[in-house]
Design a protein around this ligand. Structure first.
Ligand SMILES: C[S@@+](CC[C@H](N)C(=O)[O-])C[C@H]1O[C@@H](n2cnc3c(N)ncnc32)[C@H](O)[C@@H]1O
Length: 317
């Protein structure tokens, strides 16, 4: 494992919006190396409690070491698994509700940079991409070598928003007939060669960037997990408590935007209907009409922050 380092994104904004108080209980659904949890504990002088969840067992180990070394032993409950199942983790911790919840989606830089994890084509490594390699779930290698051409095309198009999805899926299927695709750079090269020669050299990013995003999303059920997390928010956050979500690509941000908007409405009947039949009740108030983005200074110090979008809502019931 490469040395674990990660600069938390929009940490000041998270603290302002979550406004943690001594005695409060907070959910950090993407604990990572504990950057946001550490800030919450500093702000409350160690008098808040945190439930920290991560799919990646290496992240949990590292976070525990970092938070203990900072003097917060006993302030954090650690749970291995997906934030999609946070309610179960809450129950196991004996908490009914939390006073605030944070999601800082995606991956940490140390995960992306570790060739053994197979997330990136910058360094060559085995094609894995699972946040929890011990989960027994399908790795990226299994996905690219076994899924049908149509399935690959759909994944690349929908999760990567890649216009060349059909050509790329075709090229992958063609190549794997000769031998299985096993490494990140091998896959990146196949994708690059699927691009028409002119576009290969003029593209702003490496031609494999979107496809790699697509495979990471598919392998880790990122969008399904996010939807499942949001569905469980009502009833899990105290009235007046806040939910803050930082996302890094438009597919995630769109899910958060629509979910917040839908659950902030008292009626979701179509506008042409004169009387409400849905009896839908708003369960939250959206506090960020538009997503917040990091300031220039933060982007300069941490370029990874440049695509971050933060949305915050407050529980009404
Ligand atoms: C951007 S990092 C979080 C960084 C953290 N806020 C910090 O300051 O160190 C995202 C973390 O969420 C984890 N993760 C991603 N999807 C997850 C999921 N569905 N359930 C639990 N953890 C997840 C990743 O393993 C990673 O450690």
């Amino acid at each position: 494992m490469t040395q674990a380092k990660h600069i938390p994104v929009m940490s000041a904004e998270i603290l302002d919006w979550i406004a943690p108080k001594p005695g409060g209980k907070y959910l950090d659904g993407t604990l990572g190396l504990g950057g946001h949890s550490l800030a919450v504990l500093h702000r409350t002088r160690g008098r808040a409690r945190i439930l920290g969840i991560d799919k990646d067992p290496q992240a949990l180990d590292q976070a525990e070491k970092i938070l203990n070394a900072a003097g917060y032993k006993g302030c954090v409950e650690y749970a291995h698994g997906s934030f999609a199942h946070f309610r179960q983790a809450l129950q196991e911790t004996g908490w009914a509700k939390v006073h605030g919840a944070i999601l800082d989606l995606g991956f940490s830089s140390w995960q992306l940079d570790d060739p053994e994890r197979g997330f990136s084509f910058i360094h060559d490594g085995a094609l894995d991409m699972r946040l929890d390699p011990g989960s027994g779930l399908e790795s990226a290698a299994a996905l690219v070598n076994r899924r049908s051409r149509e399935q690959l095309k759909k994944i690349i198009r929908e999760y990567g928003q890649e216009p060349m999805a059909g050509r790329i899926a075709g090229r992958i299927v063609e190549r794997r007939q000769k031998k299985p695709i096993e490494s990140t750079q091998e896959l990146a090269e196949i994708i690059k060669m699927a691009y028409p020669p002119k576009m290969r050299h003029t593209a702003r990013n490496h031609p494999a960037t979107r496809s790699f995003q697509a495979f990471r999303i598919a392998v880790n059920s990122e969008l399904e997990d996010l939807n499942a997390f949001l569905e469980k928010i009502p009833g899990s956050v105290q009235q007046g408590g806040r939910v803050a979500v930082i996302s890094f690509h438009s597919l995630e941000d769109r899910i958060v935007k629509h979910w917040f908007r839908h659950h902030a409405r008292d009626c979701t009947c179509p506008p042409e209907q004169l009387y409400c039949r849905c009896e839908h009740q708003a369960v939250l108030k959206v506090l960020t009409k538009k997503p917040l983005t990091p300031g220039q200074e933060e982007i300069r110090d941490n370029p990874r922050a440049r695509s971050a979008k933060l949305r915050v809502a407050e529980a009404l019931v």
